[in-house]
Design a protein around this ligand. Structure first.
Ligand code: NIG
Ligand code: FE
Length: 414
């Protein structure tokens, strides 16, 4: 099946196959082709170039882009999309003056979501998460990572991971799975935290690996959550089972999470709102992708990840949503890109690179996703009529997406 897209005003993020991420000054460059065509063969990008060089070929289907912009779909490398119910009560509590920490200490927060999830059936969870997957696909996301971590018992963590697996089978969007048993301490382990680490290391991780339920392992390494030593134990055990670290660090405090992540060759280190110079230094000379989650900062009114300091130190940066019921009840990557420009002073080129090729890298997908490259997945956003790609973050409250294609097929964007 050959599909030809003609009359593309500008084709964004055109890359050679060897580019797996962009760092530092290169992030300010977004390679494009103006007045372009693109040919899709089955689910893959087959060819593209300037219209004036378009080969004559017999396509099964021809689409006129009507002078609109085409870019690769967003790669959202950090989400918690499988959850039960919502936490809008806590949202109102925060408006009335309670902090995120105070809510968590009163039995709200992650523990609140875990209680709800434990009581929800696998089928119900699947249905709730399906709606979110359908929503993010319509918002232009073509690849997503999903974490466990709202189960916090052996059974509930496995249940969450099975739901993620089922979503991956049932939806065309690429889904990567992360085991986050170390998201919070269940109440019954409050006075015996090491026993929960034992449960994670001795029972959960082996079962996750045995059933092939996750590729990555995550820990919420943070004051009042998991210490650096506990994080290290979990990453070490994960390594034995070939689980690659992608960890939550430096959301509220800088306690050495970055350094332990680098030591265990984390694929990505996520959040990074509170960064000391030694944390930025540690990221240098590593292959680890720093990941910023600006809609979490927006929703919780906490500092934004210092993108300028990171990029100006010649490091790469990816952007993701953190879609979850507590700190970011939104999976909108368009809003993330806009917020990165508006609040983190990233240029539109940097933000688009961070949300596509670098996001793909942060979930081990940059050989198949994240750019317009021959042989990569035909995952495309066709925008509405907009004057330039700067308009995408500029008009932050508008839906600028006309068509989303995943694996070469148009998906419903109602
Ligand atoms: O990434 N920080 C840890 N976990 C989530 C929030 C979890 C929640 O509040 O439910 C996050 O922000
Ligand atoms: Fe998160």
């Amino acid at each position: 099946m050959i599909t030809l897209i003609t009359n593309i005003k500008e084709l964004l993020q055109v890359r050679e196959v060897h580019v797996n991420k962009v760092s530092g000054k290169s992030m300010a460059v977004l390679p494009t082709i103006k007045n372009a065509y693109l040919i899709i063969k089955d689910d893959l990008i087959f060819d593209f170039g300037e219209i004036k060089n378009m080969p004559s070929l017999k396509a099964d289907k021809t689409m006129d882009a009507n002078n609109k912009i085409v870019l690769p779909t967003w790669c959202d490398s950090h989400t918690h999309i499988v959850y039960a119910g919502n936490r809008e009560g806590e949202f109102v509590d925060r408006i009335n003056g309670l902090t995120y920490e105070e809510i968590a200490n009163n039995g709200g927060g992650i523990i609140n979501s875990a209680k709800k999830l434990q009581e929800t059936s696998e089928d119900d969870l699947f249905d709730q998460a399906s709606k979110r997957i359908e929503e993010i696909m319509a918002l232009g996301t073509g690849a997503v990572e999903i974490k466990s971590g709202y189960g916090l018992t052996f059974e509930a963590e496995i249940k969450m991971l099975r739901v993620i697996k089922k979503l991956a089978i049932n939806y065309p969007i690429e889904i990567k799975s992360t085991f986050l048993g170390a998201h919070a301490f269940p109440a019954e382990f409050k006075d015996n935290k090491e026993a929960y680490i034992d449960l994670i290391c001795d029972k959960m991780i082996p079962a996750v690996a045995d059933e092939n339920l996750a590729e990555f392992i995550d820990v919420f390494c943070e004051t009042d959550y998991f210490t650096v030593a506990q994080t290290e134990r979990i990453l070490k055990t994960g390594k034995k089972y070939n689980l690659i670290p992608k960890i939550h660090v430096n959301q509220f405090t800088s306690i050495g999470g970055v350094q332990i992540g680098i030591k265990y060759k984390a694929l990505s280190l996520d959040h990074l709102e509170i960064m000391q110079p030694i944390d930025i230094e540690a990221l240098k000379n590593s292959n680890t992708m720093p990941v910023a989650l600006p809609s979490c900062s927006y929703f919780l009114s906490i500092p934004y990840t210092p993108a300028r300091e990171i990029i100006d130190q010649d490091l790469p940066l990816a952007l993701a949503t953190d879609f979850n019921p507590g700190s970011t009840p939104s999976g909108n990557m368009n809003f993330v890109v806009a917020t990165a420009c508006i609040k983190m002073k990233m240029t539109p080129e940097e933000a688009i690179n961070a949300a596509t090729i670098n996001g793909a890298y942060a979930m081990n997908l940059s050989t198949t996703h994240g750019s317009i490259t021959k042989g990569k997945k035909a995952n495309l956003i066709i925008t509405k009529e907009i004057p330039s790609y700067n308009y995408i973050p500029y008009a932050f409250g508008s839906n600028l997406i006309d068509i989303v294609m995943i694996n070469g097929k148009i998906i419903d964007t109602v």
